[in-house]
Every structure is written in structure tokens, then in C-alpha cells.
Design a protein around this ligand. Structure first.
Ligand SMILES: [Zn+2]
Length: 176
């Protein structure tokens, strides 16, 4: 890996995606363009992954990665520093990450961890169907099936799963 050429400028040329920002040390994630006024948290909720919103103006030599703190953007270049063909990530091509990639914990899990003699925690997968017939599989940590069920219903009703429906019409839970 070649070292970033100049850490004083806002955009740093790199030959490949860095795992950490060389200036602030935070994670380096993709910049998504064509996002209009969408905010990072709106994107996270909808697509279940983190990205920096690039808005609708795509520069001629677009940086394609950014550190999560936002201090630096990264532009991909060839080893000799010349421009390379970059694939800009566009919002319209982004696919939602599966909901099962995130493990949700019930509020009882914290209590359980503090009182190991009273509770044990279990991992469940919950298959939920909303009133709009959307189906999703969730990974849950809870103290029992009822706790997992309540958590699944709450995640749907509060819109955390990124589904349009707010009511679970069907939940199937099994312990992993
Ligand atoms: Zn940074």
C-alpha cells in the first residue's frame, strides 16, 4: 500500500480503500452520490449500512470513500498518481442489507447480564410479516421467546427495520 500523498488536503489520493483514516483513525466508508437531501441517519435506517451522503453534485474526479468523522475524503488513483477509472456508488443502485445482519437485543438482556443467576440470554431468529405483507428475518437476543416476540414487534412498530408496515401480523420465532 502506498502512503497517502498529502494529509493536509481535504481529499487524499489513495490506491485502494484504507481501513482507517490516517488522520483521525476512524473507519473509512463509502460515499454514495445521488442522495439529494438524505441524511446519513436516514440512509442507515433505510439501507441498514453506513455511508456518507455525497448529495447530487458529483465532482469530475470524485472521491469515493470518506472517514466516518468526515475529516477526509479519499480519491482512488493509480500507483503512479494518475487518474483511474472509478466506480461511483449511486443511491439508486444501493441494495438494502438484510435485516438479519444486525442483532437486536431486548432491554431485558442488560438486566440478564447483570443478574446471570436469574436469567440466561438466547439467540433467536424471528420471521415477521407486516400488514403490508412485507417479510423479514431478524436476529434477536432475548431472555425468552416472549421477550424476543415483544422486541420484534417493537422494532417493526418503531420503524427500525426499514419496512413500511408498522404492525406484525405474523411472527415466527425459533431459537438459534
Ligand atoms: Zn478522519
Amino acid at each position: 500500500m502506498s502512503m497517502p500523498n498529502d494529509t493536509r488536503s481535504r481529499i487524499i489520493n489513495v490506491t485502494r480503500k484504507l481501513s482507517k483514516c490516517p488522520v483521525c483513525g476512524s473507519e473509512v466508508i463509502d460515499i454514495v452520490y445521488g442522495t439529494g437531501y438524505m441524511t446519513e441517519s436516514e440512509f442507515l435506517l433505510k439501507y441498514r449500512k453506513s455511508a456518507i451522503m455525497g448529495g447530487n453534485n458529483i465532482p469530475r474526479r470524485p472521491p469515493i470513500w470518506c472517514c466516518t468523522c468526515g475529516c477526509k475524503r479519499f480519491r482512488k488513483v493509480n500507483e503512479d498518481g494518475t487518474d483511474t477509472q472509478v466506480k461511483v456508488k449511486m443511491l439508486k443502485n444501493i441494495r438494502k442489507a438484510p435485516a438479519s445482519k444486525i442483532t437486536w437485543s431486548s432491554s431485558m438482556v442488560e438486566t440478564a447480564l447483570d443478574n446471570r443467576n436469574l436469567y440466561t440470554t438466547h439467540n433467536y431468529s424471528a420471521n415477521v410479516v407486516t400488514e403490508l405483507c412485507e417479510q423479514e428475518t431478524l436476529s434477536l437476543t432475548a431472555i425468552n421467546i416472549d421477550d424476543a416476540k415483544e422486541l420484534a414487534m417493537r422494532l417493526v412498530s418503531e420503524g427500525f427495520i426499514g419496512l413500511k408496515g408498522r404492525t406484525c401480523v405474523k411472527i415466527k420465532i425459533k431459537e438459534d
